[in-house]
Ligand binder design. Sequence first.
Ligand code: ADP
Ligand code: MG
Ligand code: MG
Length: 252
Amino acid sequence: SSVLEIKDLQVSVETDQGTIQILHGVDLTITQGEIHAVMGPNGSGKSTLAYTIAGHPKYTVEGGSITLDGEDVLSMSVDERARAGLFLAMQYPVEIPGVTNTNFLRTAKTSVDGKAPAIRGWVADVREAMTNLKMDQSFAERNVNEGFSGGEKKRNEILQLELLKPRFAILDETDSGLDVDALKIVSEGVNRAHANNNLGLLLITHYTRILRYIKPDFVHVFVNGKVAEQGGPELADRLEDEGYDRYLTASA
Ligand code: ADP
Ligand code: MG
Ligand code: MG
């Protein structure tokens, strides 16, 4: 199995007030097929971790490493990361004016696989994935995320996840802003990708409710830019009861 390994990761961001360090030595190892939940209070650096894995230019790695089967992810371009099997769904999905969803998906699939998908099978795959996610077929011809509601954007990300078949996915607050029905549909899509493609998952969330639908193997509590505690699914239950106060007072 493939392994995504984050070691002693230290990351800073440029702000109007200057450079501030946000990640202070993150260690996290995901083997393909495992589901890891990263949970933590707002501002603890969860999205910073996701953006850094994605290669967002605003975030500077000051130390540590990210490797995929020993290959240095940090020296890869964003495209190379996708071709290596990494998939990133951001907390705020971007709109791409002038590019239809279907063209975007086909271009992304071609880039990730190194060859264009055979047209008939591909069209059927897209249609089936959209049906599974209860997306109207008209979304295929609409521009990527343009005018989509929050929930539609999240579904669209899971559509990409199901069709691109990455080895690892980082989902940043995919649950935020979803009503219960949409949360179920999105979770089922994630679970299908996990079951069918042996997906390894880093599921970033502030709330425990998505973990009722997507069962983590491991839970990492993120506080002040590093992992404060890790455990099994029972740790999520404890967070549900106790919140993050315990960690915050301990670090104050
Ligand atoms: P989380 O996702 O856990 O809520 P973030 O990674 O978004 O946390 O943010 C962590 C901290 O870093 C916050 O204090 C936030 O204000 C700051 N931060 C993150 N990105 C930026 C940025 N691009 N510019 C300024 N501050 C940032
Ligand atoms: Mg599993
Ligand atoms: Mg965030």
